[in-house]
Design a protein around this ligand. Structure first.
Ligand code: ADP
Ligand code: MG
Length: 598
């Protein structure tokens, strides 16, 4: 937490001050109980009599009494009563104002800290390598940024301010109590200590329960998120009830865990109050004896009891806050472990900006976990060449493209661009060498223009339109009512599959990349849009360096070289006619997949 709190030190200071003032005024309210009693019951003469300070009282108490008396004990009873009324009113006013101010400052502090934690988390998560995301459910990551950061705020930052405020109140009270009677204080603290030990056991339990509660929250968030993303499948297959019941059982689990948490948490104030009253009663009894022995004045005993009673609230708040913090600590642990995770793909230091698009793949072997999905792959791509990767589903073609982008690093072998190992290159500058169209078209909730120029502020509109033209997207975009300024709904739902893919192609072209990586996905397209996409790809590939996972015969036939993948190996390579002559895997694939022109 410290690095996140440090920038807010001024607010922390103000909040500390406001809370200190609150505590002081709070204690003062109780400290004037004795003089009030004295004035009310004794009048002037009697007041002067009882004011003879008992031997046990220290000089500090005498000074404090004298200080108060200078305000309260006036010449006449009426004036004293008037002054007391004014002082009580002012004290409560200060108490209220400082509490209000303290709350406002704490909120600014909390929201500020929470924002910087969220921002840091989002920044850190986007820096992670792809394996980070495949290891986790998207819902868990979302839950981390929303639920966990939220709880962290309420249970940690909030608590620190509360802890500070109540702890200062507590200290002031204890100082006042010590002044009046150290012996009575020791007795009451002894009783309270027994209660605190019991409560300590509960807080340990609460930490475990808090972690479980956070996990339950992540689970239903995950289901919510998956259901929204997969709503077409869910509706299409009429499986809404299945998802609703899954969600309901997860929210049910959450409720059960929340109850379990509260059952322990609820015990804490009960234990707290019981031991508090026990301490009070003990002091009443022992103090009564002391009073009879003449060791303490009645008004001092009454003040002591008032203070002790007043002490119960801050202690109770303190103990509850500490109990609530356990959930925050559990959430904080999740946040901290995400922040500590380093990306598995490390950036190199050399800039890739001036490299020529000549690619060499040397004996690459790659596995996601145990079994390799690419084995001993070697090939070259010269500048201006189009190389097509073909092969049955699951043969490793998309994985090969991921290795070019350094989404993963191979376990054996290497990839070089213009003779440089890609691991030695600065990751961000290296990736901008590529224009990528992946199997799944992802568009963002923004205008078509901004989707094409993704992330480039103030992009040149004519460059956007030029990219759209090459991608055969210009026509349908300009036919829309708002043209390039049309907003695409979440994930591009308002566009057909073919239109979305052509926008994705325009996006890949917009930055004028040196190398194109295409993963043709035809399965989602109807014949008409497939032909349009195919035309777009064909016109894009002319004279460019490209590696294309090809499903379409026209792309394959225009490729300079075809690499045939089978179970992670390149089993054949050559041109379309050479491969057909070999009458091997390619010829079989061709007969099955490509022979019927679409
Ligand atoms: P293709 O694109 O040729 O259909 P892929 O490269 O997508 O094949 O997949 C090759 C193999 O790697 C498949 O067996 C697939 O199940 C596996 N695979 C793909 N992506 C992952 C991943 N993120 N984690 C683990 N295994 C994966
Ligand atoms: Mg694939």
């Amino acid at each position: 937490m410290v690095p996140f709190v440090r920038p807010f030190w001024k607010l922390v200071l103000f909040s500390t001050l406001a809370n200190l003032l609150f505590s002081v005024s709070n204690a003062m309210v109780l400290a004037i109980v004795e003089p009030v009693f004295r004035t009310l019951f004794g009048g002037d003469a009697a007041g002067a009599a009882t004011r003879t300070v008992p031997a046990a009282a220290s000089g500090l108490k005498a000074q404090f009494d004298a200080f108060l008396s200078s305000f309260i004990e006036m010449a006449t009873y009426g004036e004293s009563i008037r002054n007391i009324s004014i002082i009580i009113f002012v004290l409560f006013l200060v108490r209220g104002l400082t509490k209000y101010l303290g709350n406002i400052i704490s909120t600014r502090l909390e929201e500020g800290i929470m924002k910087s934690i969220r921002d840091a988390l989002f920044g850190h998560i986007t820096q992670q390598s792809l394996d980070f995301f495949s290891k986790r459910k998207a819902g868990d990551i979302i839950s981390l940024l929303t639920n966990d950061v939220g709880v962290l705020n309420h249970a940690t930052v909030n608590s620190v301010t509360t802890l500070w405020r109540e702890a200062t109140t507590l200290i002031i009270y204890i100082v006042l109590l010590t002044i009046i009677s150290a012996k009575l204080l020791a007795i009451s603290l002894g009783v309270a200590l027994c209660g605190l030990l019991l409560i300590r056991m509960f807080t340990k339990l609460l930490r475990t329960y808090g972690a479980r509660l956070q996990a339950a929250q992540a689970e239903y968030t995950s289901t919510l998120q998956e259901s929204i993303l997969g709503i077409r499948v869910i509706k299409g297959m009429s499986v809404e009830p299945h998802f609703v019941s899954r969600f309901m059982s997860q929210t049910g689990q959450y409720v059960r865990r929340a109850l379990k948490n509260t059952r322990v948490m609820g015990l804490i104030p009960v234990v707290n109050d019981t031991f508090g009253i026990l301490a009070l009663v003990t002091v009443f009894y022992v103090g009564g004896m002391e009073r009879e022995a003449g060791n303490i004045t009645p008004s001092n005993l009454v003040t002591f009891l008032f203070l002790l009673f007043g002490l119960m609230q801050p202690i109770s708040v303190l103990v509850n806050t500490i109990a609530g913090m356990q959930r925050g600590i559990a959430a904080g642990a999740n946040v901290a472990s995400a922040l500590d995770e380093a990306p598995t793909i490390a950036s190199g230091s050399h800039s890739a900006a001036s490299l020529q698009p000549k690619i060499d793949v040397h004996n690459v072997t790659f596995a996601y976990s145990d079994a390799p999905v690419l084995r001993d792959i070697s090939f070259q791509v010269q500048e201006g060449e189009t190389v097509a990767l073909v092969g049955s589903s699951g043969s490793g073609k998309s994985t090969m493209l991921d290795l070019f982008l350094r989404f993963y690093d191979p376990q054996e072998g290497s990839i070089t661009v213009d003779g440089k190992d890609i691991r030695s290159l600065d990751l961000a500058s290296y990736r901008t060498l590529f224009g990528v169209v992946s199997q799944e078209t992802i568009l963002f909730n923004d205008t078509i223009s901004n989707n094409i120029s993704l992330g480039v502020e103030g992009a040149d509109q004519s460059a956007i339109e030029a990219a759209a033209r090459v991608a055969h997207a210009y026509g349908f975009i300009t036919e829309m009512p708002n043209g390039f300024q049309t907003k695409i709904g979440d994930r591009g739902l308002r566009l057909s599959g073919g239109q979305r893919q052509r926008i994705a192609i325009a996006r890949a072209l917009f930055r004028n990349p040196r190398i194109l990586l295409f993963d043709e996905a035809t399965s989602a397209l109807d014949t008409e849009s497939e032909r349009l996409v195919q035309d777009a790809i064909d016109s894009v590939l002319a004279r460019r360096t490209a590696i294309v996972v090809a499903h379409r015969l026209s792309t394959i036939m225009k490729a300079h070289r075809i690499l045939v993948f089978d179970q992670g190996r390149i089993v054949e390579q050559g041109t379309h006619s050479q491969l057909l002559e070999q009458n091997g895997t390619y010829a079989r694939l061709h007969a099955l997949q490509f022979a019927n022109p679409s």
